[in-house]
Design a protein around this ligand. Structure first.
Ligand code: KG4
Ligand code: ZN
Length: 361
């Protein structure tokens, strides 16, 4: 029996989890900093580091106390070493090193993106329908939009990536521009069904070179141009005012300050992003010989428009999404990704560095 404690602190969630024998989740604790960053319209790196410092000890202690285990019952401690915010990564990684040093259990450094992939592998195994390899992995979050080929042994090949904004970043920037606050993805997702996704035709980016690369900055600019061409000052002010009093307005409260034309804009924007993601996944499936499944993971994998489109427009292979709890950042995925490394004896040294730009492939 092996038990691994996982720690995640790459962005704005401080998280810890304990997993036993690859798939049995004994505990999972996530402390979100959303309320701290919301009023700034995005993650402020200095505040993130400070909040991680505040949360790391209680979060890890709670994850362990839920399991009723003690430090000596653990076989390894794993932490995200990158990619992410330098100061934020340092908090979780340094704490994991301290645990490793004090208890003598090995330290495992995990790539955050590999964590997102393992969130899906873990849940599929728990359901008794394991992911079949080689798989295509579409990682879509606030910081990443990557398409990988994933092999059974854990090797990865980068097939395409965004050349500018990440998909989640586009959601966040458009929502901020329109006065919907931060993070934008969940709000746009909840309001898009009230709009007509065919109302505004945004053209998808034409890629020179690698046709599996993504680009979302042109779409963001197109939304900005649309906003400049329509008088939206009053409604944007009304939404900002709503947010001043209420950080998490309900759909009804949003609808009261959002005209139909704006709902159409949100639906058309989301539809264009979903289309772009899906077209790339289908193109990659066609190009790759023998790919047996599609993994979609990262915060944007929560998006109901994306989930619906994937089920409706069959890709010809089974598609695996994480449950919402494991879509956004968590530590279950970090402990899960650490298991194959644990079995291989792939341990990190106590002077391992946090790597903000760490690549998976
Ligand atoms: O994976 P994650 O928690 O953090 C990163 O590693 O970046 O992803 C957060 C991102 C944010 O940009 C957020 O707006 C987006 O995921 N997101 C969504 C949804 N829920 C979260 N985007 C679209 N639809 C959603 N339902
Ligand atoms: Zn993430």
């Amino acid at each position: 029996m092996a038990r691994i404690l996982g720690i995640e602190s790459s962005c704005d969630e401080t998280a810890a989890a304990v997993i036993e024998d690859e798939t049995s989740v004994l505990s999972s604790v996530v402390a979100s900093q959303l309320a701290v960053h919301a009023k700034y319209g995005g993650v402020v790196p200095e505040l993130a580091s400070r909040e991680h410092l505040r949360a790391i000890v209680p979060v890890v202690r709670e994850a362990l106390s839920i399991t009723k285990l003690s430090w000596t019952d653990l076989d390894a401690v794993a932490a995200t070493s990158g990619p992410g915010l330098a100061g934020a990564l340092l908090v979780g990684l340094t704490y994991a090193k301290a645990i490793s040093f004090a208890t003598g259990i090995p330290l495992i450094a995990v790539n955050h993106i590999e964590g997102h992939i393992h969130a899906v592998i873990l849940e599929a195994a728990q359901r008794g329908t394991p992911v079949e390899f080689p798989a295509l992995a579409l990682i879509v979050s606030g910081g990443h939009t990557h398409l990988f080929e994933a092999r059974a042994e854990g090797g990865y090949r980068l097939l395409g990536r965004t050349r500018d904004d990440a998909a989640g970043e586009a959601f966040d920037k458009v929502a901020k521009l329109l006065g919907f606050g931060y993070p934008g993805g969940p709000v746009v997702d909840r309001l898009a069904p009230y709009g007509d996704s065919h109302a505004i035709r945004f053209t998808s980016a034409k890629m020179k070179g690698n046709t599996l690369d993504f680009s979302f900055s042109g779409l963001k600019t197109a939304v900005l141009r649309w906003v400049e061409g329509h008088d939206m000052t009053a409604e944007i002010a009304a939404r900002r005012e709503l947010l001043r009093h209420n950080l998490t307005p309900s759909v009804e409260e949003w609808l009261a300050v959002t005209p139909q034309a704006t709902l159409d804009l949100l639906a058309s924007f989301q539809g264009t992003v979903v289309d772009e993601l899906l077209r790339h996944a289908v193109r990659a499936t066609d190009q790759l010989e023998g790919v047996r499944s599609l993994i979609v993971s990262g915060g944007v994998a929560c998006n109901s428009g994306l989930r619906k489109a994937v089920t409706e427009r069959s890709t010809g292979i089974p598609v695996y999404f994480p449950t919402p709890a494991l879509s956004t950042d968590n530590a279950v995925m970090i402990a899960a990704a650490a298991f194959p490394k644990f079995r291989r004896g792939d341990f990190a040294a106590l002077d391992a560095a946090a790597e903000p730009n760490l690549a998976l492939a």
